[in-house]
Design a protein around this ligand. Structure first.
Ligand code: NAP
Length: 322
């Protein structure tokens, strides 16, 4: 392989284990990048994993816990000779990071991202990617409310979906290689158009997060219920809102600013449904409420049947969490 050029084929390493990329550069060292590093190491999917983060504190923690093979100080340095570059920073930071790395990308390399919004990332990053470098946006549908370099774990992507959003003209071989990496990290992989992705995620993730943030804010505002009562009796549904509402403020600010149209569309629909339920409660229309809740219960069942959540009571927490 000529120096500075990315190798475009995976190499075999040991029995049954295949290195999919020889050098992976992780830009950002938080929950998602950290989990990717640990998941890649689990089955030896990367020859070397190089990482960097914006702050010296995060880079120091990553060094201390050995999160990646090599921590470097800048994104420009991290991507040199990498055949895969993963942008794992908040959506609003993708453009600046891609501008920084663009002149240093190896010909033949693939740049991907893990951002929760796709159209805005494609518009921000796509124009920065030089000819001869593949750009394949992605989004693992897996996460927790924790963030930072200590929050990652190797199993995060197991049996979770990862959506790849190849842009028109993307080399199918480059997409297949990225798919192999995500499958190796435990994910199921689908491909999707960017606008459809943003609408689907507005329904399944972005609007629910906004509702959780609102509900926790309302509880905080309501002076007739004391703070200690809210905390003490939170097992009755509220606790799950608080977990979601504890998610990283920067990440979620950027999600809403960058998936504005789809989120507003789904919020509009949500408001209409809420008014209909409000009317049913006011008029004592029990049949309407019962029908509605029967339908939503069936949706919950199908999520469990699809293996995307546990059927254990109280989401598997057991009585200890009460
Ligand atoms: P995280 O744990 O908060 O880590 C974010 C990383 O980005 C940190 O290393 C941080 O560096 C760096 N960063 C923050 N602002 C930056 C800036 N302006 N310029 C350069 N670097 C910056 O976040 P995460 O949960 O891994 O999320 C990363 C990406 O994955 C986001 O785009 C998010 O939308 C997406 N995602 C998240 C989830 C989830 O549930 N968390 C799920 C799927 C996808 P410092 O630590 O030095 O500040």
């Amino acid at each position: 392989m000529p120096p500075g050029r990315a190798c475009d084929r995976p190499v075999q390493r040991g029995r049954g284990v295949s290195v999919v990329y020889n050098r992976v550069a992780l830009i950002g060292l938080g929950l998602i990048a950290g989990s990717m590093s640990l998941a890649m190491r689990r089955t030896g999917l990367a020859g070397e994993i190089v990482g960097t983060a914006r702050s010296a504190d995060t880079r120091d923690v990553a060094r201390e816990i050995g999160l990646v093979d090599r921590v470097v100080d800048t994104a420009a340095e991290a991507v040199v000779g990498a055949d895969l570059v993963v942008l794992a920073v908040p959506v609003g930071a993708m453009e600046a990071v891609s501008k920084e790395i663009a002149p240093h990308l190896a010909p033949g390399a693939t740049v991907t991202d893990v951002g929760s919004v796709k159209r805005a990332v494609i518009d921000a990053v796509g124009p920065q990617i030089p000819d001869g470098v593949h750009f394949i946006p992605g989004h693992p549908l897996a996460g927790t409310e924790h963030s930072g370099p200590r929050s990652g774990f190797a199993e995060l992507f197991d049996n979770r979906w990862c959506l790849l959003v190849p842009t028109p003209g993307t080399d199918p071989a480059a997409t297949a290689r990225l798919r192999a990496l995500w499958e190796g990290m435990g994910s199921n992989v689908d491909e999707m158009d960017a606008d459809h992705h943003d609408l689907v995620l507005a329904v399944t993730s972005h609007t629910p997060h906004l509702i959780a943030y609102t509900m926790v804010g309302v509880a905080d505002d309501l002076r007739r219920v004391t703070d200690s009562e809210v905390i003490k009796y939170s097992a009755a549904g509220f606790r799950d809102f608080t977990r979601i509402a504890a998610s990283d403020p920067t990440m979620w600010r950027d999600v809403f600013l960058n998936n504005k149209d789809a989120t507003l569309e789904i919020l509009g629909r949500f408001t209409e449904e809420l008014f209909a339920l409000q009317r049913a409660i006011r008029t004592g229309d029990g049949d309407a409420l019962h029908d509605y809740f029967t339908h939503t219960r069936a949706i919950r069942r199908s999520i469990i049947e699809a293996g995307q959540d546990t059927d254990e009571p109280d989401f598997g927490r057991g009585s200890k969490a009460e």
